[in-house]
Design a protein around this ligand. Structure first.
Ligand code: ZN
Length: 588
């Protein structure tokens, strides 16, 4: 728990839970809360809610809930201290040095920050090489030919790695040990472990930043005919290619605003599209998309237009990406650009030759992925039964991923028509495939919050937020033992205690005192849409509880009377019964 005055407490005070969770889940404002698809269970309609003022989240589907730290712990699968650090970093709060970090951890962290620093230095070096050397001049010429002007070069930090073989190495060696240089991936060592040399030579360099904008790797394109044409940094302690999307750091805002992403293959494509004023573009920067990259993207949008190269490798990459994206419930369209002249067009070439307006037009018209796939299937040999079977086998895995039965059925008709396949046959294949689809996790009934009576819910809510009279209300409830015996007794007890303390309510701290099912019910109540509470309303709720209490007592007394007690007791019971009946009658 965040102890008052501790660093954790300070972070919690300053952190905006909506912003932090918003980096993992797409949240929409809905009434007083924000809602989105729960990241902890599979669902199609949002039951996950974040409360901006109470600074808590709650899922009405699977029941998870807590504060910003709990969320990060669950999401990042990390421990509390790590969660504090993550939240602090996301909110730009300086983290004090942790004494309790293990020496190895400290060493690794230190190494990582040195590697990042090294990349920053290398970036400055590459940029200088491009600007100020003879070789760089030739590289600039090449870039100009590709339509990249000075402004673009500066904007994307494009640089040049000279051909010398160890110029960067000599530059970095002044400050860093050779072992670390090799770790950084900027320097390689020859096969028999002898000579060190620059990894990138005679290449145009493109800095690759992680999501938070730190340069963690480089991509490099050969200037001449050197192979390979594109060479990237290897995996290092700060870079894993399946975790990074090129241009993500700059695309974030546009992705959120426009609610869709354009996915391209390489950095040249991303630069071309971004230059055309379309900022919501990212590049997978490698062969095909990996699952961590999709998860990263999914934090900002779940709609993607895939615009890979039209060559065979690009098609294969498109189809593999489609599968992954559909598995993660993305809405996917595919833009297959038409050839320019007789050349197959990647986004870079297309925008250069045909202009950004034409690109934008095609982008708007990009068909749903199924249309793209049908077009692909139609290119197969459909004259034989075998050929048709192959085409169908190609399509089925994608079609079965369509969540809506109606849509699936529409597509079945279309596929049958377009591929001239017998429709009933196709449908039976589809329904067989559909049965194999992994089903959504169903919410178990016992996980749904128990029904509490409206009066109890209302009082619980008031104890949690009626700053003006929580204390008095708690006093009354406690003095009259009004919540004893209620199903919500424990929730009341915890809230009354908290209200009497005179401190503002910390929902997660009250929740921590409760059993899980009570904690869920409390959070559920806190998220209900409700009016500003008034003291009059509180009093009428109290009356209702008193009434209920009297009814219960009356029933008890009646049972005791019917048990034929001895005379003196009977008299007392009858008097009590009279009294209770008077009270109930008066309340009516
Ligand atoms: Zn959930």
């Amino acid at each position: 728990m965040a102890e008052a005055g501790s660093f954790a407490d300070r972070v919690k005070q300053q952190a905006d839970i909506v912003r932090v969770i918003g980096e993992y889940v797409r949240l929409k404002k809905s009434g007083q809360n924000f809602t989105g698809l729960c990241p902890f269970h599979a669902e199609k309609s949002p039951s996950f809610a974040v409360h901006p003022t109470k600074q808590i989240y709650h899922c009405f589907g699977c029941g998870v809930g807590g504060d910003v730290f709990k969320f990060v712990m669950e999401m990042e699968k990390c421990a509390f201290p790590e969660a504090i650090r993550v939240v602090a970093e996301k909110c730009g709060i300086a983290v004090p040095r942790q004494k309790d970090r293990s020496p190895e951890e400290r060493k690794e962290n230190q190494q990582r920050s040195v590697l990042v620093e090294m990349h920053r230095e290398a970036q400055t070096f590459f940029v200088k090489q491009l600007e100020g050397t003879l070789e760089g001049k030739a590289a600039r010429g090449y870039l100009e030919d590709r339509g990249l002007d000075k402004e673009t070069i500066a904007r994307f930090g494009i640089g040049y790695a000279p051909s010398g073989g160890d110029i960067l190495l000599r530059f970095l060696k002044q400050k860093y040990p050779e072992k670390l240089l090799v770790e950084s991936g900027l320097v390689s060592r020859d096969q028999n472990g002898g000579r060190f040399f620059d990894r990138f030579r005679r290449r145009i360099t493109f800095p690759i930043s992680n999501e938070s904008g730190k340069i963690v790797a480089f991509g490099a394109r050969a200037l001449g005919d050197d192979m390979p044409k594109y060479l990237n940094s290897p995996e290092t302690p700060i870079y894993s290619k399946s975790n990074v999307l090129y241009h993500m750091d700059r695309a974030k805002d546009a992705l959120r605003r426009q609610d869709f992403a354009i996915l391209v293959e390489g950095y040249m494509d991303a630069i071309a599209v971004a230059r055309a004023g379309i900022s919501n573009v990212v590049a997978s920067c490698g062969t095909s998309l990996a699952e961590p990259q999709i998860k990263l993207l999914g934090r900002f949008t779940r709609r993607v237009i895939v615009n890979y190269d039209p060559d065979t490798a690009g098609q294969t990459a498109t189809e593999r990406s489609l599968s992954l994206l559909l598995e993660q419930d993305f809405e996917v369209r595919v833009l297959a650009l038409p050839p320019v002249g007789n050349k197959k067009a990647d986004p870079d070439l297309f925008i250069r030759e045909r202009g950004k307006d034409e690109y934008l037009r095609l982008l708007k018209e990009a068909p749903p992925y199924v249309d793209y796939l049908i077009a692909r299937a139609r290119q197969m040999d459909l004259t034989t039964g075998e050929g048709k079977q192959r085409a169908l086998n190609f399509l089925l895995p994608y079609i079965q991923k369509i969540p809506s039965g109606i849509l699936r059925s529409e597509w079945a008709t279309r596929i049958a028509q377009q591929l001239r396949i017998d429709e009933p046959l196709l449908r039976s294949a589809l329904s067989k495939a559909a049965k194999e689809r992994r089903s959504e996790i169903k919410t178990a009934p016992e996980l749904i919050g128990r029904a509490a009576k409206p009066v109890e819910r209302r009082l619980i809510r008031m104890l949690a937020e009626a700053e003006g009279f929580r204390h008095d209300l708690a006093q009354q409830l406690q003095n009259a033992h009004l919540y004893h015996g209620l199903e919500t007794e424990k929730i009341f007890a915890a809230l009354v205690l908290a209200s009497l303390s005179g401190q503002p309510l910390q929902a997660t701290e009250v929740g921590a005192l409760l059993e899980e099912r009570d904690r869920r019910l409390l959070f559920e109540i806190l998220f209900e849409e409700a009016n500003e509470p008034t003291w009059e309303e509180a009093m009428s709720c109290i009356e209702a509880l008193q009434h209920r209490q009297a009814e219960h007592e009356l029933a008890d007394v009646q049972r005791s009377i019917e048990a034929n007690p001895a005379a003196p007791e009977l008299r007392g019971l009858l008097e009590k019964k009279q009294e209770l009946m008077r009270r109930l009658a008066a309340a009516r």
